[in-house]
Ligand binder design. Sequence first.
Ligand code: AMP
Ligand code: MG
Length: 490
Amino acid sequence: MTENKTPGAGWNFDNSYARLPGFFHSMQSPAPVRAPELVVLNEPLAASLGLDAEALKSGEGVAELAGNRVPEGAEPLAQAYAGHQFGYFTMLGDGRALLLGEQIAPGGERFDIQLKGSGRTPYSRGGDGRAAVGPMLREYVISEAMNALGIPTTRSLAVIATGQGIQREKELPGAVLTRVAASHLRVGTFQYAANFGTEEDLRTLADYALERHFPEIGGEGNRYLSLLREVIRRQAALIAKWQLVGFIHGVMNTDNMAISGETIDYGPCAFMDVYDPATVFSSIDRQGRYAYGRQPYIGAWNLARLAEALLPLLDADQDRAVKLAEGELEAFGQQFQRNWLAGMRAKLGLFGEEEQDEPLVAALLDLMQRNRADYTNTFRALTLDQPEDNGLFASEEFAEWRKRWEERRGRGQESEEASRRLMRESNPAVIPRNHRVEEALEAASEREDFSVMHRLLAALADPYAYSPEQEEYAALPEACDVPYRTFCGT
Ligand code: AMP
Ligand code: MG
């Protein structure tokens, strides 16, 4: 034997995005880091992608996940996109991320493999192209929790500590996250093509999105209108799921809305504790634009920006194009409401549909809000039939509500057991509570103690298990005067 080469990790790239015209990207190599160390590897995800976990943990694998070595077949590039940030349109693009390529999984599915925090690109503007350990672990934990909750999302394959400090308010340890996504096509990618490209560029992008995400839409009829319709349908389903678990994205700019219907870009996101539609965690969202209760409206607003970008493809006559787009956009509200109400019925163990279901749900939410009840734990307590020792469960109004609810449940054909099972499947016993996430990130980034995060990840891996180990993660934080704040772009 003359060589001692470790077998590769199983990369199997086919880079369709790189084959799009140069207008859509800039080829860019990752910037090497000093002393890469693997912090966390998602072994089940690696296996599903056809990647060998042992090889990824080896020196060669870690070098690849750190951006110190380009895997065979990868063609690193920064994607170009634009977007409305807090309502203002601007040119963006991957400023600190690189698409390595598309991994074809053993089942034939195609996934973007992206390094986040891998150095500057032509779209970095004033930024350093880097990311810190804390926020990258935050994305890892929350995206994996979302996936376990059954919510479409980008996934996290690994986090590497770079061994280099990055300058923020104070110096922080640097990191590179490997993100896995159905694609990184965004509403903002279409806005980029519509605003800075030719109609031909726009058509190329739309055809690409259709082929990649909606192959069932054939050549018949108005395929670009079908594209818009399907993106709207997926967002109506996605945002309903967010609302049902109390997830607040935090920065629903149009560049952070994926065409695939996956949740993308975990910056200042967080889960709501006390039920209140006005809940905002992001330190930069001073107006509450992206508050919990506003997410469906912002979703509709963003989709209107997508429709606008697609107008030239919908019809040669602009007035007709606008009419067509409006027809599709109108459906969003109803679709969202239908998905949300169906989810709420499941959370309350209700089968079938009755007129009075919506007011019944509204009455509970109103009671939760007035009693400052925890959203997740209220549904958890109803599921376990273990009333909590708090103002909500003690109130007479709640007792009356409960009677209405029980009558409604009793009217169904299904057994009480079936109803309870439905509730268990629909109400998580555990969510990534802000104080537990913070505690895990602090241990990791300040003491290099990753055990807290691994325990948290284990508790979040099956949120509907109702296991004894999960119980401590359902506990609320000690009362605290300082509201929880999340930060963007860190
Ligand atoms: P985000 O708020 O994460 O959606 O990012 C908005 C834009 O800022 C995107 O174009 C990012 O690539 C860019 N960006 C965020 N952080 C950095 C950074 N540290 N260096 C360069 N660009 C960045
Ligand atoms: Mg973004």
